[in-house]
Design a binder for this molecule. Structure first.
Ligand code: ATP
Ligand code: MG
Length: 397
């Protein structure tokens, strides 16, 4: 067992000793069996939330109405969820009610895919009611039970299927594929923020083309914001992507470049995807740099505007698309060589220019922008006397 599980064994044992059952469940069990590193250890138990809370000194109610209590142990938090079944799903996204049950099998039955429905006992043995081990072996994603019903209950599972395909290099079982093909339109019932998370994880996987191709072949893409008319661009991306797309900014930079979006179009598109403003700003900037590379017009000013954090991301995106002509280290070195990295580093300020006799107002802002441009591009030394002189000349012309 990996050390994360060993460390958590006393928790399971405490619950056991009190007469309840407890198991490791979810992604950490799957990933351990695949020999992959794990992040969070999740625990499922027959004990009700109040019963769990009585057994441990330090707990946090992270989702108590769904049965989840976080147990804090030596600085690590363990999400511990009471066995439950779900029923209702009137709106294709969340169950109308959850019911706590005492049976592990019932709990595993409501999980999405067989590889995610395995439980691990504290002694290292596996509980496998749905042939999850066979599917792991066969590298197959298969819905627990009837795929149509499962996607009808919760349409997000279709996005989860394609993202696991990308992360694990797995195929999707044919009934499950059919389920996705039939139920794609239900994706429109799901909050875009949640689709966003799965879509990004898909392109960040180590086999992004795998999930993306299924996402296209099943028609799932049509039910995502602004994707419907962009099959050929998405298909071209599926052909190009041979490794993880990188961070979230890189993912959307690739998409926007592939779609040929610029400036405000990027804002609109990413707003439809409910992206945070800081992400939108970063993508707009990174796409501008990729476009400059594409047009063979990458210069000091572009690097200055892109900034140190986004230069590697933009160049990575350009590399993925086969556009980059220089390596990232070179570009970062060129950036490091710029006379200033931001307007704040200019040797003059609005205040100092006003003291020198320039009137406040919109002209002042324009002068500062011009000085910034000239200094950043190496056309003027960053020297207070010279900048003030230039500003006065420009102001009087
Ligand atoms: P990751 O490595 O990305 O965390 P994971 O499998 O742990 O993968 P989570 O979203 O953390 O995914 O969910 C934990 C477990 O909860 C899953 O393994 C699965 O058993 C169950 N689960 C999560 N989302 C759903 C869903 N929409 N429908 C059914 N079961 C789900
Ligand atoms: Mg998880």
């Amino acid at each position: 067992l990996p050390e994360e599980f060993i460390k958590a064994q006393p928790i399971i044992d405490t619950i056991d000793a009190a007469g309840y059952e407890a198991y490791f469940v979810g992604g950490s069990v799957r990933d351990t069996l695949l020999g992959l590193p794990i992040h969070d250890v999740d625990i499922a138990t027959s004990a009700y939330p109040q019963e769990v809370k009585q057994l441990f000194k330090r707990t946090v109610d992270t989702g108590i109405e769904h049965g989840t209590v976080m147990i804090l142990d030596h600085g690590t938090g363990y999400e511990t969820t009471t066995f439950r079944t779900e029923s209702g799903y009137q709106d294709y996204r969340r169950p109308d009610s959850v019911t706590f049950v005492r049976s592990l099998q019932e709990d595993l039955k409501r999980r999405d895919f067989t590889i995610n429905a395995l439980a691990l006992r504290s002694n290292g043995t596996i509980v496998d009611y749905f042939h999850g081990l066979d599917d792991l072996q066969a590298k197959r994603i298969r819905a627990v039970g009837n795929a149509d019903e499962r996607f009808n209950e919760d349409a997000l599972r279709m996005m989860r299927a394609v993202r696991f395909a990308s992360q694990l290099d797995f195929d999707i079982d044919s009934d499950t594929i059919q389920g996705i093909t039939h139920h794609g339109p239900l994706l429109e019932k799901i909050a875009v923020e949640r689709i966003h998370v799965e879509f990004v994880k898909m392109l960040q996987g180590n086999w992004p083309a795998k999930g993306l191709q299924i996402f296209l072949d099943t028609g799932l893409y049509q039910y995502c914001p602004d994707f419907k008319d962009r099959l050929s661009a998405l298909q071209s991306l599926a052909t190009t992507l041979t490794a993880s797309a990188g961070d979230e900014t890189a993912v959307w930079t690739l998409i926007c470049t592939e779609f040929g979006l610029q400036g405000r179009q990027i804002d609109q598109f990413l707003k439809h995807w409910k992206s945070a403003n800081h992400l939108i700003d970063a993508v707009r900037t990174a796409v501008a740099m990729v476009t400059a590379i594409q047009n063979d017009s990458l210069d000091d000013w572009t690097l200055y505007q892109t900034g140190e954090t986004l230069i590697p991301i933009a160049n990575q995106a350009a590399t993925t698309m086969g556009l980059a002509t220089r390596d990232t280290a070179q570009l970062v070195a060129q950036y490091q060589g710029l006379a200033i990295k931001s307007k704040k580093e200019l040797a003059v300020t609005g205040q100092s220019l006003m003291t020198a006799g320039i009137k406040p107002g919109p002209i002042l802002g324009k002068l500062l922008n011009e000085l910034e441009y000239r200094v950043a591009t190496g056309n003027l030394p960053n020297d207070a006397a010279q900048l003030t002189k230039t500003a006065l000349e420009l102001a009087s012309s």
